[in-house]
Design a protein around this ligand. Structure first.
Ligand SMILES: [Zn+2]
Length: 184
């Protein structure tokens, strides 16, 4: 998007104002934006609040508020490395998820896994899980998990959940677990 492309920024009056803006010590203390996601949903976002359900529920900065801060250069993009254990996520011991997984060789396999830990590292999400096929703990790249179900119930929003651009791991997993563990 070009800003004000029908304005002559070289006009004397505009140059004066541009120079004042460059020399200005004004600070942004409040900012209201409308963010549109790829599905066309609009969110009214500011530093104080957001119209999304995540903010309404948690009253803590949501991904839109972080996006806004990143966009305005007010916050460095976080290089997160977060670990969440099964306990952190509130997943009971012995909970078995069924997944379809695309390996690095492109082959798709079906496995029963018990999630032990989820790690978010440089924007990639990894699941460490005990695999019932190999009888060992394996690392699964979340993006290669094609589907996941719990007791026959599909976790519907898996792709969406895993493709959040700046996921807050707690959230992510809470959503995963809530979808999987909600009573049918
Ligand atoms: Zn939001």
């Amino acid at each position: 998007m070009m800003l004000w492309d029908n304005v002559d920024h070289n006009a004397e009056e505009q140059i004066e104002r541009i120079a004042e803006a460059i020399g200005s010590n004004d600070k942004i203390v409040s900012f209201e934006a409308v963010l549109r996601d790829p599905d066309g949903n609009d969110f009214k976002t500011s530093f104080e609040k957001c119209s999304c359900s995540d903010f309404k529920k948690r009253k803590l900065p949501c991904k839109h508020m972080y996006s806004l801060a990143f966009f305005l250069g007010l916050l460095e993009k976080l290089k997160v490395e977060k670990n969440l254990t099964r306990k952190d996520m509130g997943i009971p011991a012995g909970t078995v998820f069924h997944i379809e997984y695309k390996g690095s060789d492109g082959k798709v396999s079906e496995r029963d896994i018990e999630i032990q830990k989820i790690t978010l590292k440089n924007d990639k999400l990894y699941l460490y899980a005990y695999c019932h096929i190999s009888h060992s703990v394996k690392t699964f790249l979340a993006n290669n998990i094609l589907s996941m179900s719990y007791e026959g119930r599909q976790i519907k929003n898996l792709r969406k959940i895993l493709e959040i651009e700046y996921p807050s791991p707690g959230d992510l997993v809470a959503k995963l677990a809530a979808e999987a563990l909600e009573p049918s």
